[in-house]
Design a protein around this ligand. Structure first.
Ligand code: FAQ
Length: 312
C-alpha cells in the first residue's frame, strides 16, 4: 500500500485548522470509506425510520396531529435524500447504497426495528428518539466533511420541531386520564433501552470511534453523548411524574451524572444483525416500496436518454 505521509499530514493540518474537506479535495481512502459507511447508514436510518410512525398517519387522533405527523414523516424522507446526496459526493452511487440496504448488507439504526403499539409511541419516538438523534447530529454538524456538516445543519433544524411535537404529546398524555398516563408510561418503558443503544456500543467496544475522532468526523464519543442524553431527559421525565424502566438508575452527586444500569448489548447485536422484532417487516416494506417505484425510475431514465429535442 502506498503511504503518503506528507499528504496525510497536510490533510490533518487542514482539519486541525477547522477547515472543511470538500468533495474534490484529496482525502485518505479510509476517510472516504468511513464517511460513505456512516452517511449511507444514516440515510438508510432516516428512510427506514419513516415506517414505525408512518403506520399511525391514518390513525392519528385529530386532524392537527395527523398534519404534524405527515409533515414529520415527510421530513425524514427529505433527510434521507440530503444524506444520499452527501454520500454521492464521495463517489458512492445511489444504486449501490440502495442495493446494500435492500439486500440486508447495510446497517441502519437499531431503534427502528421495534413496533409502535399505541399512539403514545409516536409521541415517545418524537421526544426520545429525535432528541437522541439531535444530540448526535448537532455534533456531526461540526464534522470535518463539508457536505455532511451542511446537511446536518438543515436536518437538525427540522429535528428540533420533531422533538418539540413529541414532547408536547408526551406532556399532554402524562397530564391526561389515568389510561393516557399508563399508555405513555408503557411506551417509555419499551423505547428507553433501544434509545440508549442508538448512541452505539460502549466506547471500549466501538471500533470506528478512534479514526472518526482523529479526523474530526465525530468529536464526541458514544458514551459521552449517551450520558448527555440521560442527564437532560431523566429530570424532564421525572418532572412529568414518569419513570424509567431501570432499577439501577441513580444520580451521582459527585460526578453530576445520572448513572444507568447495564444495557443489554446482546439484544443490540441481535437487532443490528437483522434479528430484532421488526427487521423482517421493515425490509419487506422497503423492498415493496422499491418495486412500486420501479416504473418511475424507468420513466425518468427514458426521459433522460431521449434524443436532444426529441419527445420522451
Ligand atoms: N444502530 O464503531 P461504532 C434518526 C454499528 S437518525 C445500528 O461505535 P460508529 C432520525 C456501527 O455501524 C439515527 N448499528 O460505530 C429519525 C458499526 O458497524 P459497522 C441514525 C449501529 O459509526 C428520528 C458497529 O455498530 N443516526 O434517528 C448503531 O463509530 C426519528 C460498531 O459501532 C446516525 O446514523 C446503531 N444505533 O458510531 C428518523 C448518525 N450504533 O458499520 C425517524 C450517524 C453502532 O462497522 C424518526 N452515525 N452501530 O459494520 C453515527 O453517528 C455513528 O455511526 C453511530 C455509531 C454513533 C451511530
Amino acid at each position: 500500500m502506498s503511504v503518503e505521509p506528507d499528504r496525510i499530514k497536510e490533510f490533518e493540518a487542514r482539519i486541525a485548522r477547522g477547515e472543511k474537506i470538500e468533495p474534490g479535495d484529496w482525502m485518505p481512502d479510509e476517510y472516504r470509506r468511513q464517511l460513505i459507511r456512516m452517511i449511507s447508514q444514516h440515510a438508510h436510518s432516516e428512510v427506514v425510520g419513516m415506517l414505525p410512525e408512518g403506520g399511525w398517519i391514518t390513525r392519528a387522533p385529530s386532524l392537527r396531529r395527523k398534519m404534524i405527523l405527515l409533515a414529520k414523516v415527510q421530513d425524514e424522507a427529505g433527510h434521507g435524500e440530503y444524506l444520499y446526496h452527501a454520500a454521492e459526493t464521495l463517489g458512492a452511487t445511489r444504486e449501490e447504497m440502495l442495493e446494500a440496504l435492500l439486500s440486508g448488507k447495510a446497517k441502519y439504526s437499531n431503534v427502528f426495528n421495534y413496533p409502535t403499539l399505541t399512539w403514545a409511541d409516536v409521541g415517545v419516538i418524537g421526544y426520545l428518539v429525535d432528541f437522541a438523534a439531535i444530540l448526535n447530529q448537532t455534533m456531526l454538524a461540526h464534522c470535518s466533511y463539508g457536505p455532511y456538516a451542511r446537511a446536518m445543519l438543515r436536518i437538525c433544524a427540522e429535528e428540533n420541531f420533531h422533538k418539540k411535537q413529541g414532547q408536547d404529546q408526551v406532556i399532554r398524555l402524562a397530564r391526561g386520564t389515568p389510561r393516557q398516563r399508563a399508555m405513555v408510561q408503557d411506551a417509555i418503558n419499551r423505547w428507553w433501552w433501544p434509545t440508549l443503544m442508538m448512541f452505539g456500543p460502549p466506547d471500549k467496544d466501538s471500533p470506528n470511534s478512534a479514526v472518526l475522532i482523529r479526523w474530526g468526523i465525530k468529536t464526541r464519543t458514544n458514551d459521552d453523548l449517551r450520558q448527555s442524553f440521560i442527564n437532560q431527559i431523566v429530570p424532564e421525565l421525572h418532572e412529568l411524574g414518569l419513570s424509567l424502566p431501570d432499577p439501577d438508575l441513580h444520580y451521582d452527586e459527585a460526578g453530576g451524572n445520572w448513572i444507568h444500569g447495564p444495557i443489554d448489548w446482546e439484544e443490540f447485536r441481535r437487532v443490528i444483525h437483522g434479528n430484532g422484532p421488526c427487521n423482517k417487516e421493515r425490509m419487506e416494506a422497503r423492498q415493496q416500496a422499491h418495486e412500486d417505484g420501479r416504473w418511475v425510475r424507468q420513466a425518468l431514465a427514458a426521459y433522460a436518454a431521449r434524443p436532444a429535442g426529441g419527445k420522451p
